[in-house]
Design a protein around this ligand. Sequence first.
Ligand code: GLC
Length: 503
Amino acid sequence: MNIVFVASEGVPFAKTGGLADVAGALPRAVADLGHSTSLFIPCYRKVWEANRDLAATGITLRIPIGTSTVLGHVFEGRLPDSDVPVYLIDQPDYFDRDGFYGHLGHDFEDNCERFVFFQRAVLEAVVALGIKPDVFHCNDWQTGLLPVYLKSLYHNIPELASAGCLFTIHNLAYQGLFWHWDLPLTGLDWSYFNYRALEFHGKLSFMKAGLVFSDMLTTVSPTYASEIQAQRHGAGLDGLLRDRQADLRGIVNGIDERSWTPRHETMLAANYDVDTVATGKAACKAWLQRRAGLPVRPDAPLFAQIGRLDPQKGWDLLAEVADRLLEHDVQLIVLGTGHPKYHNLLEALVHRHPGKVWAYLGFSDDLAHQIEAGADVFLMPSLFEPCGLNQLYSLAHGTVPVVHATGGLVDTVVDLTPQTLAEGRATGFVFHEPTAASVWRALERVLQTWSDRPTWEKLVKAGMSDDWSWKQSAGRYVELYHEIQRRRRPQLAQPTREKPVPA
Ligand code: GLC
């Protein structure tokens, strides 16, 4: 099959969050299963800063935007260690900016126009490149109109005629909502602006467009797939998602083993695996404590958090328990940027607990790896979490996760109980209520277990032995691509026959 992935970011070209990790890894994992894949993303300023050797394809795109025509170009790169092409849609007025979606906490005012351009440009580029997709795999609101275009403005294009569409929700809370007067920019007529299609409370919704017009839907964990069908996490779209229940699946993200296992990472003080974790992690921890300017103390548990400093990530809960935790003999390292309120909180914690807290308020990919390897405990009290990748990275590094029982967190971390421990399945600590009291009870269990070394080592080793590689999840996506094809072309419903072996 030929699968075209479309996303607004993808490593190693452009990343603000977990979506980029998935978009950079899944096309490779699907290619490893024997399919042709490619990835399309916008060519932001950051892409040029990090990759100077992109090749021009010579393709010039002329995209209708409202009543004007906007020109664009297509550059080509490759996903590392693979033959998977990455096509970058270049339009400097839209994409040569600081920030992908906004700047200094404000969304760009022309985001509707920018991503209308991107999606139409992808369709035009696919045709110009001679790619004949069986399935477009779209991701999040920035790609939600593409399935609409396939069924409307582009449905007569022969190269696209057999293409189906899978839409993956990475986070339903970001919906791409725009003023209704942006509709003419899309080229679609007003008949699409109704509550069964693109209209959402008087606005134009790209997310809803993707949910209504795609052949099948996925999200990034089974629990989140059921959570978004209820009001609490449904962000106003739960009714629609219940209607589409039969077409909605939850598939947990994998981790890219080449870049996220301590056996291979080049930036670590020591490489290690499940057999050498004791000495390997000790070396990484000492290195990290030195880097952070904290006392080198093997015996003090080192807690860590990496990610956006955002209410979604449970920072208000952490704010309530942090002082209490830091009264114990522990250390805390935080890497991230976000809401100024949490920057202030962290600066205050550093001040109140000298020699115990290090906050790096910025982003550094190397440091993210070094923290995963050097820390003992990873805090992930997210209020909701579609999948979450840091808890998977933590498991792979023998760093014990403490998570809220929500979304992908509860699907991937097994709480320590006498039974799960006896069965060798316990990998972390799970708390059930998004309250400070519930987090604190989990942290007390962490502190007790830390002093019970044999139990701690069992947790570490069980986590490291879990297989969160992409292989299984990629296989599940391939099944869905086949299902989409079968639904679209019933005559192809027969299973593909193996080639006869020559006698
Ligand atoms: C979003 C979600 C996160 C998920 C990631 C990749 O960032 O918030 O939970 O892991 O997408 O799917």
